[in-house]
Design a protein around this ligand. Structure first.
Ligand code: NAI
Length: 723
């Protein structure tokens, strides 16, 4: 038997304090030990009910309770449906027994209570929460393709009402702060510190003889009414349509399951409601989408924290003083990222005045964080104080890391890097934020090419979590490991790729947007091109994306590749050239595929250039976008631009908008369901079909043919190939 994860302490007044404290981990999760401990605890509470006056539920960890056990959820397959259902039913019945003990139960929420954590807290009759900006409450399940299956849907809709629970908690997975939780009625009280927290919870218990949940009281009316009430009955039919609109038609099952579970749970008694919720939960858990999303967004992140793409045998590194060259949009964002985690920054531009502009941009960013309650004024002042704007390279003295973000020009980058090299510490890391220029070529401009690495941030830097690290011909393992650690230091996610044209992200992103342009040329109406992408799960359509990055960027990458000898017959290129020739370079010019002023709308001239026809079936259009990216990624693996399947998956989701529901671009290949069994063989067969119909760019590369393996094993097969 494992040790109990719940400590029991009773006092002279008969108040039992239950402290969640899993001895095997730094956080409490819903693992087997928790279920066993909770079972024993409830048995004991029931057995000793005569002497128990009430219960206070709290935690000894930094967080209250971290939530579900993703390690076991990800292994749930359709064959395990009954097993999963039994487990979730058990968890719920325990919480149900707790709330119907007949004695008052108060949660003292001392830290974040997310997912399963909030579900436990909701089973108490009274909730006090520590009023600290680090404490967050919420149901992030939807972001992993799941719903809260431990009673979270049932209790939150009964407590807050259908509309509030759906919009504020369930459908988008927001994490809310204590003040907001109080305002919504999710908690009853807040406390300034831990002592007050426990004292308030205990005082409430002592002030109440018995307690029951509001929904167990006779005549309880759900706030906002039942689904059959006139107010809801008139608005309810619009919910699914609104959801489809919000999801832009993307096939994410969880929001629809949440909506159905919430509505149906209100039409039955509480115990039946738990059964309804459980059924929807299990459907999602055993489905492929949640597996994909958990794997990509959770486990691969853990892997990145463990750092498997980081070279072994190099000591952990932390930047102390960073020199950022170029105080434009990217440079300012990079300075903000470092200063926020307490690193001193020298922000260098052509003049102090130019550098000051970059610092002013950082001031705007932290100002917004303060006004949204995400940063204290004190911290914002400290962040700004750490940034020293300058026009003088001599001020780079003492920097151990240089990040270059000047204009995209090789000669200029050579100049600023070699100048920085003279003034910074003799072994400083020399990183470039270039999005297109080969790192090996940039390293030729300095005397220490082994210390040069690509550190490709995405725009806007403060929002985008990914950083693509690029290894040039001469980049040393030590430099790569330092760069990796520095990216982790600012809380971002690194992937590692080898130097090549467009690296991984720009190259594969290029295939997406060019495919969108090709579809337009073949007669798909502009809004159909966009809809094909949105309905496949992309966050934006390719024509919108092209306008946002400006049409000249992909052309520039193609031109450079052509100069290096690549042949280029992609039909999308001609479309981009036609628009650029018409002066329509994108959003920054106010006009591209769309007119952006006074509001976004398709440029009427497009139909004249590319008359619509119905030559491309809609399903083909959708799959061409997904396949274009997947085939190009496979080529990147074949060419060893990418060494890790995980880097491809996480990079495609976080950097270039590949739909998370597929779990990443190579997971899509691995799970593709065509006419045949899901797996690489089906993908290969369909890619061949697309190649025959639309062009050789879809022809699957040899690496996929060699490894036309059963679903789920591409990861292992490719790992074998690159070792
Ligand atoms: P930007 O035009 O906003 O900023 C460039 C800055 O460099 C300007 O402030 C300019 O005064 C400064 N500069 C020029 N010569 C200099 C010198 N000799 N010494 C110091 N500073 C000098 O450009 P942006 O968008 O910030 O891009 C910078 C780099 O980041 C480029 O290499 C670009 O390819 C790359 N990048 C851009 C992304 C984007 O979305 N804009 C995304 C990822 C990378």
């Amino acid at each position: 038997m494992s040790e109990s994860t719940i400590r029991w302490e009773s006092d002279a007044d008969g108040v039992v304090t239950l402290t969640l404290d899993d001895p095997s981990s730094s956080a409490n999760t819903m693992n087997d030990a928790y279920v066993a401990s909770m079972g024993e605890t409830i048995d004991r509470l029931e057995a000793e009910s005569e002497s128990v006056r009430g219960v206070v539920l709290t935690s000894a960890k930094n967080t209250f309770f971290a939530g579900g056990n993703l390690g076991s959820l990800i292994q749930a397959t359709p064959e395990k449906t009954d097993e999963v259902l039994a487990q979730v039913t058990l968890v719920k019945s325990q919480l149900r027994r707790l709330e119907t003990l007949g004695v008052p139960v108060a949660s003292a929420i001392n830290g974040a209570a997310l997912g399963g954590g909030l579900e436990i807290a909701l089973a108490a009759h009274h909730r006090v929460v520590l009023d600290d900006p680090k404490v967050k409450l919420g149901f992030p399940e939807v972001t992993l393709g799941l719903l809260p299956g431990g009673g979270g849907v049932v209790r939150s809709v009964r407590l807050l009402g259908l509309t509030t629970a759906l919009l504020e908690l369930l459908l988008q997975g927001q994490q809310i702060r204590p003040g907001k939780a109080l305002e919504l009625g999710l908690v009853h009280d807040t406390a300034a510190d831990r002592d007050e927290l426990l004292a308030k919870a205990r005082a409430w218990v002592l002030a109440n003889e018995t307690a029951q949940q509001p929904w167990d009281a006779k005549g309880y009316k759900v706030p906002g009414g039942a689904p059959s009430s006139p107010s809801l009955a008139s608005t309810l039919p619009a919910f699914p349509a609104n959801l489809t609109k919000q999801l832009k038609g993307a096939p994410y099952p969880a929001p629809y399951a949440i909506l159905s579970a919430a509505v149906e749970s209100l039409q039955v008694d509480v115990d039946t409601a738990f059964t309804v919720e459980g059924r929807y939960f299990v459907d999602l858990v055993v489905g492929q989408v949640s597996t994909n999303m958990i794997q990509a967004l959770w486990f691969d992140l853990n892997r990145i924290n463990g750092g498997s793409s980081r070279p072994d045998g190099v000591d952990a590194y932390a930047a102390r003083k960073v020199g950022v060259l170029g105080a434009g949009m990217m440079g300012a964002g990079i300075a903000h990222a470092f200063a926020t985690v307490g690193v001193d920054v020298v922000l260098k531009d052509v003049s102090t005045e130019a550098a000051e502009k970059g610092k002013a941009h950082v001031a705007d960013l932290v100002g917004k964080q303060v006004s949204r309650g995400r940063m204290s004024q004190e911290k914002a002042d400290a962040v700004l104080a750490r940034i020293r704007p300058t026009g003088d390279a001599a001020d780079l003295a003492g920097c151990d890391v240089i990040v270059e973000a000047v204009f995209e020009d090789t000669a200029l980058k050579h100049r600023v890097l070699s100048e920085a090299e003279v003034h910074a510490l003799p072994d400083a890391l020399l990183a470039s934020n270039t999005s297109t220029l080969p790192i090996t070529g940039l390293a030729e401009g300095v005397s220490r090419p082994a210390d040069v690495v690509g550190m490709h941030f995405f725009s806007p830097v403060d929002k985008m979590p990914l950083v693509e690290l690029i290894v040039g011909r001469d980049t040393s393992d030590a430099a790569l490991a330092r760069a990796y650690d520095v990216v982790r230091q600012i809380g971002k996610t690194p992937i590692v790729v080898q130097d090549s044209r467009g690296f991984f992200t720009s190259r594969v992103f290029g295939t997406l947007v060019l495919e969108g342009a090709a579809l337009l040329a073949e007669g798909l109406a502009p809004m159909s091109v966009e809809r094909a992408a949105l309905q496949a799960g992309f966050p934006a359509g390719p024509l919108t994306l092209l306008d946002e990055v400006t049409l000249t960027l992909p052309l520039k990458i193609r031109d450079e590749a052509a100069r290096a000898g690549a042949t280029d017959d992609h039909p999308g290129v001609a479309v981009l050239r036609a628009l650029v020739e018409a002066g329509r370079t994108g959003k920054s010019a106010g006009k591209g595929f769309f007119d952006w002023e006074p509001e976004k709308r398709v440029w009427p001239g497009l139909t004249g250039l590319f008359p619509s026809s119905d030559a491309v079936p809609f399903r083909d259009a959708q799959e061409r976008l997904l396949f274009a990216m997947a085939v190009e990624t496979a080529r990147c693996v074949e060419e060893r631009v990418l060494n890790s399947v995980e880097d491809a998956n996480i990079g495609s989701i976080m950097g270039i908008g590949f739909p998370p529901l597929y779990g990443g671009v190579l997971q899509y290949v691995d799970q593709y369901r065509g006419a045949a069994e899901p797996g690489v063989a089906s993908f290969v067969a369909r890619a061949d079909e697309l190649a025959d119909a639309y062009g050789e760019r879809f022809r699957p590369p040899a690496i996929l043919l060699e490894r036309a393996v059963p679903a789920g094993s591409l990861r292992a097969a490719l790992a074998g190939a690159s070792s």
